[in-house]
Each structure stands twice: as C-alpha cells, then as structure tokens.
Design a protein around this ligand. Structure first.
Ligand SMILES: [Zn+2]
Length: 349
C-alpha cells in the first residue's frame, strides 16, 4: 500500500510537470544517490527486499539519462569540495552503493567503468570478514522456506501463516517492522539468531553468497574511480547502541578498511540510515572522528546549507520498486522530497 501511495505521488508530480523545476529552488545543487544490489531481475514472487536492487539495464539507462540531462557524476571527495567551497559548477549526482555486494563488481562495475563515472562503496567490515549478519535476508529466507513460523513477540507466542505469497508478504511486513521497532540492536539480533537456528538458515552464510571478499574489494579500491567508505563493522543501527559502541563501530570499521585495503576511508554511511537509525549524536561523533561526509537515507537533495551538516547528508534512494527514469527525474527535482520533508532544506535533527 505504502508503495502504491509513493508511486501515485511520483506519477502526479511527473504529469503536473513539477519536476521540470529542475535547477529550481527545490532542486538544490545536486544529490547523492543510494544503491544496493545491481543484478538481473529474478523471477520469484516473494522478494520483500526487492527495493534494494536494480537491474544492470536500468543502471545503464540512468547513466545515459544523466549524461543527456547535463548532470555530472562526481566523487564524494568532489561533493565535499563543492559543499565547503560553495562553488556551484552545475548540477551533480554522486553514486553510492551500500554494503559491498559482489554484484556491484560483476554487473555494475563494467557499466560504471565504461561510462568512466566515479562511485563509492560503503563496506560494513564484518561482511568481507564473513561474520556479518544480513538479518533482513535471514528473515526473508525463513519466511520463504516455511509454511508457517512461530515467534515470541513482546512476550506473546505468535504464529504466522506463510503458505502463499500474500501470506509471506504479510508475515514479512509485520515481523520486519516489529524488529525495526525494537529498542536495541541486540534485541533484534537475538530474535533473528533464534529464528535462524530454529529454521536452519545460516545467519552469516549470506556474506559468502552475496558480499565481496577483501580481495574483490581490493580490485575495486585500486581503481581511481572508486571510493571505499565505512559503514560500521557490524551493520548496526547506531542510534540503538550505547555511545561507546557508536564510536567503536565507526573507528574500528575505518581501521579495518585501512588495514585491508591500504586506504583510510573519509566517508561514512549510517546503516539503515533513517531517523530511527542515526541522529544528532551519531552525526556529531562521525564529525569528531574526522569523517569528511556522512550520509543518511533521509530523502532529500543537497543545498548549500549542508556545508554546516556534512555528516548528516540526505540521499535519494534508487528504489528497485520504481525503476523508471521519470521517477528519478521527479526525485532529483527535489519536489517529492520537499513535500515529504515539509519543505525543510536541512533535516539533521
Ligand atoms: Zn547497509
């Protein structure tokens, strides 16, 4: 339902021509795009995490469209320079890929390389270390593989029917958002580890299947087009862990990347990244630790005012449910995100 409302909103803005206010007051100076997986579409009906993937064809289409539209693709170092230098230099986007999926190397890199565009990959270091918990995929697998599941939710035993696709979708929505609402990251992880154990899904197995190794990451890091950024060690929602752990996760992830790849990351992405996962405490710690930029998943384009909030930057998600250039043009015009944020240019509270 939520997806349908967003789609209808984007369609309306497109057909009213609001997006042509490109370079207008809502469009800001540029935007940072969020991507995750890039891989061919898969036929399965139950793909609750599908919003996190686009096809190689759409990436290709998007790059060609950016070029036609005269929007430069620049690196995060250049985004930082433009924000602090206050120079306009024409509209831009920066491409960022979260989590370090192997499909980025296999499918996205050849396209990005052919277009000679810079991009960044934010790596949670436990993923190449092969101990990461991609808990949202564990939940998907548990629901996909079973006819029903049981779960203790807030002290009450619940049983979820997972017999068909509709039931699976409903079970995923309910359990996913209940998990996201738990007060601590540890509570969430305990539930997911218990589910994984009871339904025989490997909690850490997704690292091997889906994430780049350090040596694959080194291949990318050797290319001057690529920026490797930090994304914590354990991919935790930082707002849900104690303060000492916030700085430890940030410092240790930067140190691990530097040790493995020989480059110190200067850019940081907050896992999950919305207001429930990162707030002023995290923005302050990232700045104090010396990161040049920190990106959230709060939706928005960049304005000159962001120079005072360099570790609380918004991004535009290239959502796999909306793989249409016209949605992207609406999002980059800033009209949709301005409506969502009540016309606030900076959202760092
Ligand atoms: Zn992530």
């Amino acid at each position: 339902m939520k997806q349908q409302i967003i789609r209808a909103g984007l369609e309306t803005l497109y057909f009213t021509g609001a997006h042509r206010a490109f370079g207008g007051p809502l469009g800001g100076i540029g935007a940072i795009l969020t991507l995750h997986h890039v891989r061919p579409a898969r036929p399965a009906d139950f793909q609750p995490n599908r919003l996190l993937e686009i096809t190689p064809e759409f990436l290709e289409e998007m790059l060609a469209w950016l070029r036609r539209s005269g929007i430069a693709v620049i690196s995060l170092d250049d985004v930082h320079r433009r924000l602090i230098g206050g120079e306009s230099g024409g509209r831009f986007v920066a491409l960022t890929f979260d989590d370090g999926y192997r499909d980025n190397l296999r499918f996205a890199y050849p396209i990005l390389k052919a277009h000679q565009v810079p991009f960044a990959i934010y790596v949670p270091t436990s993923f190449p270390d092969r101990v990461g918990e991609l808990w949202w995929l564990v939940l998907e697998a548990v629901i996909a593989d079973n006819e029903s599941i049981t779960l203790d939710m807030d002290g009450r035993a619940r049983r979820f029917d997972c017999r068909d696709v509709a039931a699976k979708r409903e079970a995923f929505e309910t359990v996913y958002w209940w998990l996201r609402g738990l007060p601590t990251e540890e509570a969430l992880r305990e539930v997911v580890r218990d589910l994984a154990a009871r339904y025989a899904v490997s909690v850490t197995g997704f690292c091997d299947d889906l994430c780049m190794t350090w040596s694959e990451l080194a291949t990318l890091a050797a290319d001057p087009l690529v920026t490797i950024g930090a994304h914590t060690v354990n991919h935790v929602m930082l707002k849900k862990v104690p303060e000492t752990m916030v700085s430890a996760e940030m410092r240790m992830s930067a140190a691990a990347i530097e040790a493995a790849l020989g480059v110190r990351p200067h850019h940081f992405s907050y896992p999950v990244g919305d207001a429930s996962a990162a707030g002023p405490r995290e923005f302050g710690i990232a700045a104090r630790l010396g990161f040049l930029t920190g990106v959230t998943t709060r939706p928005g384009v960049l304005f000159p005012e962001h120079r005072d909030h360099l570790t609380a930057l918004p991004r535009i998600s290239v959502n796999g449910q909306f793989q249409r250039l016209r949605y992207l043009s609406v999002l980059l015009s800033g009209t949709a995100t301005a409506l969502w944020s009540g016309f606030r240019r900076v959202d760092a509270a």
